[in-house]
Write a protein that binds this ligand. Structure first.
Ligand SMILES: [Zn+2]
Length: 263
């Protein structure tokens, strides 16, 4: 298993080095006319302060990006962020509550406002009259939970050693590690990744299953596992035979990151 993982990582690195998904990283072949910054500096141009470190090259598109600290562990219990809203959309009503794990420090109102804006957006699951949604504080169809990294690993599993979010029954667990850091395929666009997190996991609660990239270069289906990446081949490699509820073809298709059900 370790050998296979290592080989997969080497292969994936080679693939990734040829793509533009790595934050700030440019392959030598892609920029032949741009002199390397570090080697072009002459003695007269040496800055007084040391050059910043080069941007990190991620070995896998499923790596947790570098970034700020995030809540690693919490109490494993949750409290509601109080709030309610109007019915938005038409069609059968699905209610949702917003919760945060006890023992973690986050801007709860900002989190709730983001969930509200995402679920009520016309590009979201209310499009085409499929359903309406309403924020409530009490009993709800779906409970959207901002969850520490360790509690998310417990709730979502860590068989594939990647920090992910998930849905279990009527509970959606959004990993704070990803909420704060995002995912490689989306860098540096944290806002779109958060939109994806909410819509993807709530999509499961609304009965949606996983999908592969269907049109190369097109927007990734929101139900594609974009935390792993936006390449079908990468997702097959990363999941390594662990069932994901959908057949993902190794067809070389790579999509553009997308957070909306109906972009
Ligand atoms: Zn999923």
């Amino acid at each position: 298993m370790r050998v296979h993982l290592a080989l997969a990582a080497v292969g994936l690195t080679a693939v990734l080095l040829t793509t533009t998904q790595l934050a700030g990283e440019t392959s030598p072949a892609a920029a032949p006319t741009t002199p390397p910054v570090t080697s072009a500096v002459t003695s007269a141009e040496v800055p007084s302060s040391p050059a910043p470190p080069p941007p990190r090259v991620y070995a896998s598109s499923s790596d947790l990006p570098d970034g700020p600290e995030f809540p690693v562990a919490g109490a494993g219990t949750f409290h509601v962020v109080p709030g309610s809203g109007p019915v938005v959309g038409s069609g059968p009503l699905r209610t949702y509550a917003v919760e945060v794990e006890n023992g973690i420090t986050v801007d709860e109102q900002a989190f709730a406002a983001f969930v509200d804006a995402t679920l009520t957006d016309p590009r979201g699951w209310t499009a085409r009259g499929a359903r309406s949604v309403q924020r409530v504080s009490g009993a709800a169809s779906v409970r959207v939970r901002l969850t520490s990294q360790q509690t998310a690993r417990t709730a979502c599993g860590f068989e594939i050693p990647v920090d992910v979010s998930c849905r279990d029954g009527n509970f959606v667990f959004l990993s704070a590690a990803r909420w704060i850091r995002g995912a490689v395929a989306f860098l540096p666009d944290l806002h779109t990744y958060r939109t994806y997190m909410v819509n993807h996991e709530v999509g499961h609660a609304f009965g949606q299953g996983h999908q592969p990239c269907g049109v190369a270069g097109g927007p990734a289906p929101v139900m594609m596992q974009q935390t792993f990446g936006v390449s079908n081949d990468e997702i097959v490699r990363i999941t390594g035979g662990v069932p994901q509820g959908a057949f993902i073809p190794q067809d070389g298709k790579v999509c553009a990151p997308n957070g909306w059900p109906y972009p």
